[in-house]
Design a protein around this ligand. Sequence first.
Ligand SMILES: [Zn+2]
Length: 338
Amino acid sequence: MKNFKRTLTAIILAALVASLSGCENGEIPVSVNPESSSESSSVSESVPEISEPEQESEPESEPEPIPEPVITLSKTEVERGSYTVLRAENIDLSGVSFTDFLGYERSFFEKDGAFYCFIPVKVASEAGEYVLSFSAGDFEYSGNIVILDRSFYTQYLTIAEKTLEETLEDENVRAAFDYFYQNHRWYFSEEPLWNGGFVLPLGEAYYKETTPFGTFRTFSNGDTEYHNATDMAAPGGTPVYATNSGKILFAGWLGLTGNTILIDHGCGVISWHYHLSAIDIAEGDFVEKGVLIGKVGTTGLSTGNHLHFGLSVGGIFVDPMQMIGTEPDFDFGKAAEE
Ligand SMILES: [Zn+2]
């Protein structure tokens, strides 16, 4: 009862203070000390006469509620060698970065008023449950991601001694490739440059997958790797077409991968083409989907004419075949529903 009385007294006092200082919306000022509050000083200098209550003004319209941030994942179950897209609405994530569940630094990019982040799952990841979390100011997000297992082929590859000497066993060749790789895999341009779904770079007629993505390889010198692309066999000189629109990020020779072309498709999506016999475009060119970029060959670490076709998302190679006929799903199927 005592408490109730105290509370009542406090409410009356607060109401009085509020009416004295001309507050709107019944807000109670933080400071009512005349010395520190210029707004209330004129009221506090003289004892106010209790006058007619002010004319009730029109009831103020409800203030717009601040919408809660909404975080959506395009998929919460992701196969090894695939990716999910995180979309954040009603929150400004510019400049926010975080470490993903595989230990990679990720940041967001803005598109049409929402923020996005590609979260790729590398082929060598272990299947299981992971937690994806980030914070921005007071906001904290945490969500579960399941990495689904997927079986991949294994392959033993005999490489001619001379080819080995010129590629895997040449320290300079390896160092040059590592330098090139680290310098390009994280490349990021803000705008999507792709135009609809991705297409087969050799066209349907020459599509013959010889080494699928994710194949665990052992070379005859003992080196091992997960093959991070799809190899497609075709006669030397077969035209290679841009899998989608974009900007030529690299076009040149590397000892390990021979004639090499990288296309930036925007937002961290890059296609990689190795072992070409010819390059028909130049670095910096913008290419439309389907235009000739080069020709199939067997340059660099290669055992026969084929195209090595890779696709990386956010610095991680994913299965390029999952992109054929589709495009990175920014709209989460929204457009299709409308
Ligand atoms: Zn390959």
